[in-house]
Design a protein around this ligand. Structure first.
Ligand code: S3P
Length: 441
């Protein structure tokens, strides 16, 4: 398959119901937690993207078997720390920061050394954020400059820790919760608010966890050394994948979409809150709950009267994966949009602040960027006629998908490279677009 696409036409108006792929965060967590449960867990509608397939490969290398029948994965766990680790085991997390950081949390008691590697983009990303707390548990960890490859050798003499997680990173919080499973006593994490799928899964699995919240932080206490039973889970749709179709509908002419069965956990819907503040027409319908997670169908209508936003900082972690698409929407909104304290975007699959400012400049939108803030001077009358080539984005799946949404809604001719990257999180993205009528070559 060619690794680039060309788009020469805006999408025509559409009115459809769609389903997006399953939630990536919950897919990875459920695979890793199933690997530590006692018995066979059944996970259906698992996201079959590269990040999740790499999670399955990683647990298999650690001696956990699984099979797939119809739409269900059967994962055979033997309890906490039951990995069978061969000498010189190398685990490849591919492009997935979540898999890489979370699996380290499960290896703090490993009896043999494990080497963790990843692709070029993941090898540029910071691991000090998890190495620091995991060393406090007692694990032995080596790395050069806190980047991959990271080598980890566990210890029998783990201790519970008290840790302040100040970034608002669910990956760090979860790595600590996973390590706490194997530590005696109670681990206490004071975590700046971030997505809470791990806490909800722990509660559902009856792993002893207590969460107390104030405005900015959650105090999380996990009691270790408690086995838990295998479980059944049906993964709901991913709000971060839905975000591209919400943006497509908002920016297309006279269109409507309903996205069925999406996880709308309140720690994940900063994007929707931001869009509502910008006066877009979005509704949750058919709201229900599944194992602690809130699920809904999302209804969206096109809008040609979007307002700019002064984005509240508390939205940052709740919409961390959606900023590229938010920036695109701001570029056609009326007025100047402002974002603060968003330097975490520089630590994603690519430096997303740099990518966004280059991208918007290319399409004639004025921006001001510094280390951790971004201003976008929106232009509701934008009309593109030139040819735009998008490449060199470190194969960041979200940069690629955002570019495709821009191409389908703003006009002009586009060549977008490294479209293979989309398989990281959303393998049927192009297929759904084509079903809505997008012309993509
Ligand atoms: C994720 C947490 C976020 C997010 C990533 C998935 C998770 O990363 O960007 O795509 O599943 O825990 P950080 O924890 O680094 O913010």
């Amino acid at each position: 398959m060619a690794n680039h696409i060309s788009i020469r036409h805006k999408i025509n108006s559409f009115d459809k119901k769609i389903k997006v792929s399953a939630d990536k965060s919950i897919s990875i967590r459920s695979v890793l937690l199933a690997s530590q449960a006692v018995g066979t867990s059944k996970i259906s509608n698992l996201l079959e993207s590269e990040d999740v397939l790499n999670s399955l490969k990683v647990i298999k290398k650690l001696g956990v078997d699984y099979t797939k029948r119809k739409n269900t994965y059967y994962i055979k766990g033997f309890g906490l720390n039951s990995f069978k680790i061969k000498k010189k085991t190398i685990l490849n997390a591919g492009n997935s920061g979540t898999l890489a950081r979370l699996i380290l949390g499960l290896l703090v008691k490993s009896k043999s050394q494990v080497k963790l590697i990843g692709d070029k983009s993941l090898s540029k990303r910071d691991f000090s954020r998890v190495i620091k707390p995991l060393k406090l548990f007692g694990a032995n960890i080596n790395s050069k400059k806190n980047r991959l490859p990271v080598e980890i050798l566990g210890t029998e003499f783990l201790r519970p820790i008290y840790y302040e997680e100040k970034i608002g990173s669910a990956q760090i919080k979860t790595a600590c919760c996973f390590a706490a499973l194997n530590a005696p006593g109670t681990t206490n994490i004071l975590a700046r608010k971030s997505r809470d799928h791990t806490e909800l899964l722990f509660k559902y699995l009856k792993i002893p966890i207590k969460v107390k919240s104030n405005k900015q932080f959650d105090s999380i206490k996990v009691k270790g050394l408690q086995q838990y039973k295998a479980f059944d889970y049906k993964i709901p749709g991913d709000i971060s994948s839905s975000a591209f179709f919400i943006a497509l509908t908002l920016l297309a002419k006279n269109s409507e979409i309903t996205i069925l069965n999406v996880n709308v956990n309140k720690t994940r819907i900063g994007f929707i809150k931001i869009l509502k503040m910008m006066k877009s027409k979005i509704k949750f319908k058919n709201i229900r709950f599944y194992k602690g997670e809130k699920i809904a169908d999302i209804f969206v209508k096109s809008s040609n009267k979007l307002k700019s936003i002064n984005c509240p900082v508390k939205m940052n972690s709740r919409s961390i994966d959606e900023f590229l698409i938010i920036f695109l929407i701001c570029s056609v909104a009326n007025g100047i949009s402002k974002f603060r304290k968003i330097d975490e975007l520089r630590s994603k699959e690519t430096d997303r602040l740099k990518f966004a400012s280059n991208f918007l400049k290319k399409i004639g939108i004025k921006t001001k960027v510094n280390k951790n803030a971004f201003k976008i001077y929106g232009n509701p009358n934008i009309k593109l006629n030139n040819t735009y080539e998008i490449k060199n984005f470190d194969k960041d799946h979200r940069a690629c998908m955002m570019s495709i949404i821009a191409a389908l809604t703003l006009g002009g001719k586009w060549i977008i490279h490294d479209t293979d990257s989309i398989k990281t999180s959303f393998p049927n993205f192009l297929k759904i677009l084509k079903n809505l009528g997008a012309k993509i070559n």
